[in-house]
Each structure stands twice: as C-alpha cells, then as structure tokens.
Design a protein around this ligand. Structure first.
Ligand code: FAD
Length: 293
C-alpha cells in the first residue's frame, strides 16, 4: 500500500520546524529517520496530513558532555551514538545496547529521538533510557527552551508518550552514574536485529562494602512500554550481589510482570526469558561495578 496524499515541508531551523508543528498540532508529524514512520504510513497506520521533515535541522544533531553525563540532540543517528567514544565512557549501556537495534543500515538513518518518541514496547532505547534515569526536553513554538520530562514519566503506554500535540522532542540527557556502577544489556531475539522477545537493561551500584546501593532494571517486550522492575530492584537493595540474591531478584522480576501472548511467544515463555535475562544482566552489571575503581 501507499500512503494517502500529504503535505511535505523540510524546515532548516528548529524555530521553523516548531512553527510548522504549531500550525496543525493535531495532524502534523515530525519525520526523523523514517524507519518506523514511513512503513506505518505505507500501511496507513499513520496518516499525517503534514509531514515536517527534520533531516535538514542541523541544530538537532549533536552529542555533548553534560555535567559528568552525556546529552544528545533528537536527530542524532543511532549509529553515531553507538560509535561515540564519549558515550562509551559516560553511558556504556547505550554503546552495548545499540548494536541490538535493527541492522546497521537502519541505525545509519534511525535517530535516538525517533526511537524514544516512537515508544515501541519492543524497542531497546526506551528501556535503556529508563534504566539510565534519562530525561527528555520537549519544545514547542514560542517556548523553544521547552520542558524537561523524566523517562519514568515520559512513556505512558502502548506507543504513548507525554509529548503533547505541537511539542517536539529536542534533547535527551543521561545523568552521570555514581562511582562503582556497572551496566549491562541482554536480550533474546530469534535472529540478531529482530525485535527482541524480551530484553533487559540493568545497572548496579556497589557501596564500599560491596553491597548494592542502587539497582536499576528496565525490561522491554513484556508490557505496554518499557517496564521498571521495581520488586527486583528492591530485592537487591543492601545485599551483596551473590548468585542467590541475583536469582531472587530475577524471580521477583518474572513475578511482577504481566506479559501478553502473541504469535511470537506465549506469556509464560516471556516470563521464563525475563528470569534468565535479568539474572544474566544483573550478574554482568554487578561484575562490572566491582571492577570500577
Ligand atoms: P521515524 O520513523 O522518523 O519516527 C518515528 C515516530 O516518532 C513518528 O511518529 C515520528 O513522528 C516521531 N518522532 C520522530 N522524531 C521525533 C521528535 N524529535 N519529536 C517527536 N516525535 C518524533 N527499533 C528497535 O528499537 N529495535 C529493533 O530491533 C528494530 N528493528 C527494526 C527493523 C526494521 C526492519 C526496521 C525498518 C526498523 C526497526 N526498528 C527497530 C526501528 C528503528 O529503530 C527506527 O529507527 C526507530 O524506531 C524510529 O526512529 P526514526 O528516527 O526512524 O523515527
């Protein structure tokens, strides 16, 4: 199928892009890498009357140091983030996660902002951003400085976000992690590059005594959006990350989710994968935290 007719505009500045979105907030859509939006338009699942192409807006394409952490413009390509040395140093979870997103050709076009704004429950970036405690800046015409939204409040359900009509996601910021923090990402997909049946982004911070001072676990493909495994995080709190403690946390994660069955996997299999992958991700993250000075 092909999409119905739509108007196409390609602004060169953020101000112009915001003005265009403000003209028709209900039926205009930003076009980023087009890797999800264009297929959705071809299937007529998305029928925007106006497409605002962001690909010429250079001021949305950057990676910067941010107070010990790292930040990105929304139009930064997934591949650029994957290859960034600054990201590898400041947010290694993203460097480890991005190779699991689709294929290199898709990551060359797909953007970090598009992935976050699309909020696919099977996507890796929303879960990684949730685990990292990232925050997102949304701007609109007249207030280009916009407002900041925490990842935990940003994802609101199936392909749903806290972005309002006329708002554009412009920036994402990943805070500095505490000392002695290790991160890990694990997923299971039938073929590399496929959407995962289950994925886990995990971070473990150890205190001086080697006990878990903070644990972050975010799951993908087990709910309507990225899912924070709070009971599993609590099971690690104050404990040394022994095999038994990690196994108990993995059990807690499997018990607290409510995955659905579909043609790809029954719910029980997703629960089993969650148990296995949370165990592996926490073990890897705790091991890396222990190696930190
Ligand atoms: P687009 O497709 O351009 O936009 C997606 C949506 O976000 C649209 O609704 C658009 O209006 C909105 N949007 C874009 N930018 C903004 C913004 N700045 N502010 C507000 N709204 C915005 N993804 C995965 O995570 N994991 C996978 O395994 C995976 N496999 C894939 C396999 C194939 C074959 C393909 C084609 C895609 C796959 N993807 C996968 C999706 C890919 O990662 C997309 O690049 C990503 O989901 C969307 O990014 P984009 O820049 O292409 O956004």
């Amino acid at each position: 199928m092909k999409p119905p007719a739509f108007e196409y505009r390609a602004p060169e500045t953020l101000e112009e892009a915001l003005a265009l979105l403000a003209e028709r907030p209900e039926d205009a859509k930003p076009l980023a890498g087009g890797q999800s939006l264009v297929p959705a338009m071809n299937f007529r699942l998305a029928v925007p009357a106006l497409l605002v192409d962001l690909n010429r807006v250079a001021e949305l394409d950057w990676i910067r140091e941010a107070d010990g952490g790292v930040s990105f413009g929304a139009m930064t390509r997934q591949r650029a983030v994957e290859r960034s040395e600054l990201v590898a140093e400041r947010a290694p979870l993203l460097s480890e996660t991005l190779p699991h997103v689709a294929h290199p050709q898709i990551r060359n076009r797909g953007t970090i902002g598009g992935s976050v704004a699309h909020a696919d429950p099977a996507a890796e970036m929303p879960a990684a951003m949730l685990a990292l405690g990232a925050r997102f800046r949304a701007a609109r015409a007249g207030t280009p400085e916009g407002r900041w939204i925490e990842a935990a409040e940003f994802f609101t359900g199936l392909f749903g976000t806290a972005l309002e009509p006329g708002e554009l996601l412009v920036e994402m910021e990943v805070p500095a992690a505490p000392a002695r923090t290790g991160w890990a990402f694990r997923e299971f997909a039938r073929r590399h590059g496929d959407y995962a049946l289950v994925g886990v982004a995990a971070g473990v911070t150890l205190d001086e005594a080697g006990r878990c001072a903070r644990t972050r676990i975010a799951l993908l493909s087990v709910g309507d959006g990225p899912v924070a495994a709070r009971a599993a995080e609590a099971a690690m709190e104050g404990e040394a990350p022994t095999n038994e403690v990690v196994r108990a946390a993995a059990e807690a994660a499997a018990a607290e989710i409510d995955p659905s069955s579909d043609i790809h996997a029954p719910a029980e299999y997703r629960r089993h994968l969650t148990r296995v992958l949370v165990d592996r991700a926490l073990t890897a993250a705790a091991g890396r935290a222990g190696e930190e000075p």
